[in-house]
Ligand binder design. Structure first.
Ligand code: PLP
Length: 432
């Protein structure tokens, strides 16, 4: 694929930077080279210069079925004929959605809807503190649970990832290494723990898989100490299984947070959990834990989620994305082997990430061996060849239901050429 003139993109970036700080609406969207998307269709996006890219970023995995997936868009359009938001009582569609989620997600006896994954984790943590009367929560190195102060620790190698945090909030979050059960046990010995919040697959840390016994061990530790186990299934939920990763691992947390693939790009998220815990939210008559949001349960988000769940129920979505995901992972292993460079391919189901390092990844610290310059250079070369994976260190990639075998064929061919070009340019212009 040829490289089009960057004029329209550059013009829009210049204009954006005047009215929007940095020209983007989320911190990590400011990538180099700059990309301004005009449209998306199925498994592709097109930029304002008319370049078409196979899209494996998929909006950080929020777009699961595909861009503009017809049945979802049509369902949303039909629902919008009757209004967008009512802000009082409940609609039949909200009830239907809660029932569907409760039917599929083992831990979700009751469900509340909110607007984003960050809101969902904030609500879940606050609830855990209320029901235990304790303050401290455990999170894991390298995982991400949203932008709020409760979880603003130890992400992408930074102990605190923002200025302006409230010390009291940050200090009440203690950090363990993913897959280190003994480390978590030590934190339980040292502190009164209200909750453990965990991505059951550490997708924000290049998709580290839980070792056998790790999630079960967290379950046992929380049960013994009377702490709340929160599975943050904002990425894994619906993407890996209608019941989330908990349905695959057969480990049932007390609370589950969901988002991203639930809405296929529409802003909707959810908290689900044991009835007796969920009843503490003040949506319930005697509840005392504040739960609110002006746009909660909005019509388009709920319609998109219902349409998506129904598609997952009746079409072979998981079979398709797991198969293409496996093709990507094994194909990339072969590409790296032919280039004779140290590489490991992580991922699960529809998620994949090619890392340039020796050995396997069990802990976040293993990821420090990844060759960051090659990782980013390779992804920039890939974009030049019509395949978009986020050019940021450790970013995972996502197969969508709309991707095809032909997309995978093209992507693996592009990967071969992109890797050769990245190695060549780094040999000629070593970074640093
Ligand atoms: C596991 C996980 N939890 C929570 C969040 C926060 O979700 P949102 O960006 O919708 O607020 C994210 C976002 O990437 C996530 O990956």
């Amino acid at each position: 694929m040829g490289v089009a003139s960057p004029s329209a993109s550059q013009g829009l970036v210049d204009r954006a930077t005047r009215s929007i700080p940095g020209g983007v609406n989320t911190a990590k969207r400011r990538v180099q080279p700059r990309l301004c998307v005009r449209s998306g269709s199925g498994g592709h996006i097109e930029d304002v210069d008319g370049r078409r890219l196979i899209d494996y970023h998929a909006a950080y995995g929020a777009v699961f079925l595909g861009h503009g997936h017809r049945p979802v868009v049509e369902r949303v359009a039909r629902a919008l004929e009757h209004g967008v938001l009512f802000g009082v009582g409940v609609t039949e569609a909200e009830v239907e959605l809660a029932e569907r989620i409760a039917r599929h997600v083992p831990s979700a006896e009751q469900v509340l809807l909110c607007g984003s994954g960050s809101e969902a984790t904030l609500h879940a943590i606050r609830l855990a503190r209320a029901v235990t009367g304790r303050s401290k929560i455990v999170k894991f190195r390298g995982t991400y649970h949203g932008f709020h102060d409760y979880v603003a620790r130890d992400y992408l190698g930074r102990d605190r990832f923002s200025a302006g945090l409230l010390d009291a909030a940050v200090d009440n979050t203690v950090v363990a290494a993913f897959n280190d059960l003994a480390g978590v046990e030590a934190l339980f010995d040292a502190h009164e723990i209200a909750a453990v919040i965990v991505e059951p697959i550490a997708h924000n840390a290049a998709s580290i898989l839980p070792e056998p016994g790790f999630l079960e061990g967290l379950r046992a530790l929380c049960s013994r100490a009377g702490a709340v186990l929160i599975f943050d299934e904002v990425i894994t939920g619906f993407r890996h299984h209608l019941g989330g990763y908990q349905a695959i691992a057969h480990v049932t947390p007390d609370l589950t947070t969901m988002g991203k693939a639930l809405g296929n790009g529409f802003p909707i998220a959810a908290v689900g959990g044991r009835r007796e815990l969920m009843q503490r939210f003040n949506t319930s008559e005697r509840g005392d834990v504040w739960f609110a949001g002006t746009c909660n349960g909005n019509v388009p988000g709920v319609a998109a989620a219902l349409a998506g769940i129904e598609i997952l129920e009746r079409e072979p979505v998981h079979e398709h994305v797991y198969r293409l995901g496996e093709r990507m992972r094994s194909g990339l292993r072969e590409v790296a082997a032919r280039a004779s460079i140290p590489a490991t391919v992580n991922g699960f189901g529809s998620v994949f990430v090619l890392l340039f390092m020796d050995g396997t990844v069990q802990r976040y610290d293993d990821l420090l061996r990844n060759d960051v310059d090659l990782f980013v250079a390779y992804r920039r070369e890939l974009a030049r060849r019509g395949v978009f994976e986020m050019p940021e260190n450790l970013g995972r990639s996502h197969v969508m239901y709309s991707h095809t075998d032909a997309d995978v064929d093209l992507s693996l061919e592009a990967a071969e050429r992109a890797l050769a070009a990245a190695l060549d340019s780094l040999a000629r212009h070593p970074a640093g």
